[in-house]
Design a protein around this ligand. Sequence first.
Ligand SMILES: [Zn+2]
Length: 282
Amino acid sequence: MIPSVRRLTVVCALAAALAACGTAGAPGADRPARSTVPASPSSSRPPLLAPGPSGLTPVFEHGPRTLGKTVALTFDADMTADQGPRAAAGEHFDNPDLIGALRALKVPATIFMTGRWAEQYPVEARSLGHDPQFEVANHSWSHYAFTDDCYGLPTVGADGMRTDVERAFASLRKAGVPKPLPYFRFPGGCYDQRALRALSGLGVTAVQWDVVSGDAFATDADAVTRQVLDGVKPGSVVVMHCTRSAAPTTEQVVRAVVPELRHRGYRFVKVSQLIGETAGHR
Ligand SMILES: [Zn+2]
């Protein structure tokens, strides 16, 4: 069973700019079937979850809880289709210092990048796309919502969903991300059966999360840090953002969270590793 609409319960500002404020994880009883396709060790193809019935797009939320203390930090590079004028006026939708901190701390991470962001910041997109410490995946081109009611974001019609995702892959490649991962994060984390069906056949695994950092629009880095540290479990996927304007505390949070989680015995991995472990674990 797949929930009709994943409703986010955290109170967050309704700025259409940045939508993955986050859900406090998925209701456990109705999560999609988790049959998986094991990754071949000899293959360079990224691991995927197996599609659901009729090829329905599979949804990944976290890795195995029993295979040791691994955690994946994920960063959404949000930029909405109509935000070009704001960027031109000086608003920063990127966060180079955050990426620098991840590099300095040697934390592998997964970046969910919108196509619009890649077009605005091609040098940074290319740098991320060529750095083996990172993997870059798809966060739509427009950052419009794939359901009707998602934080006031403009919506993509069902007939435009597949095109929006394909356009994002094209923009990422054009910006210099040679191999974007076949993972897709819904803007705002909002999806339903219709959206999963619309993306069937694209060969993507949708990636949600089980830990909401709460960094969107946050001003108190300590509170965000506590929320992450309280939420992480073995196999967790943490959602954060790499945009200065809408998530100004994230670099500070990362600098606090990383050493503490390492102190607790955690190892940082990319989402692909957790999906692969999930595949191999079944
Ligand atoms: Zn987003």
